[in-house]
Design a protein around this ligand. Structure first.
Ligand SMILES: [Zn+2]
Length: 173
């Protein structure tokens, strides 16, 4: 474990360099005028093998935890492939930023959303950010078990509420 602590600075023309692949490759390598300074860096270098290994172990643990959580979430999915679901789809009508030539320009303060009632047959079940997601975009919270007419009414209501909210935001400015 202490092997890297024994690593010596690389000495070249009276200057000292870190033996690990640290720093931004686009710039000249960091150098030290004194051996003491270089050793101090080496002991704290983020690219020292034991530090790299520690980060990789944490990353692996995180990935395993995520996979385990996804597995649990997936087993809690309420619908199966082949089921038809009714849902509210929220989509952006007018985004805050719009592309003008090759740059993004801020054209409004808030995204303007539309809401529509839809139904779709489930073809895929996956996990996005820990939540069950059908067909790549339908989340559990968007699914309704009432009649399609009621989903349509809700979409209209959500749109009205959103317009009121946008107006309130603009009144506050
Ligand atoms: Zn270094």
């Amino acid at each position: 474990m202490d092997d890297n602590k024994m690593m010596e600075p690389i000495k070249k023309r009276g200057l000292f360099y870190c033996p690990y692949a640290c720093g931004d490759k686009r710039y000249p390598r960091t150098k030290w005028k004194t051996e003491k300074g270089a050793i101090k860096h080496i002991n704290n270098c983020l690219m020292a093998p034991d530090r790299v290994a520690a980060r990789e172990a944490i990353e692996l643990k995180r990935a395993q935890d995520r996979a385990a959580n996804d597995e649990i979430a997936l087993s809690g999915a309420k619908y199966q492939v082949g089921d038809e679901v009714k849902f509210i789809q929220k989509y952006i009508i007018n985004p805050i930023y719009k592309r003008r030539f090759n740059r993004m320009v801020k054209v409004r303060y808030e995204d303007e959303y539309g809401f529509r009632a839809r139904k779709q047959i489930i073809k895929t079940i996956g996990i996005i950010n820990g939540a069950v997601c059908y067909n790549g975009f339908i989340f559990q919270k968007d699914i309704r078990v009432c009649s399609f007419g009621e989903v349509e009414d809700e979409a209209i209501k959500l749109r009205e509420e959103h317009l009121e909210w946008l107006k309130m935001c603009s009144d506050l400015r």
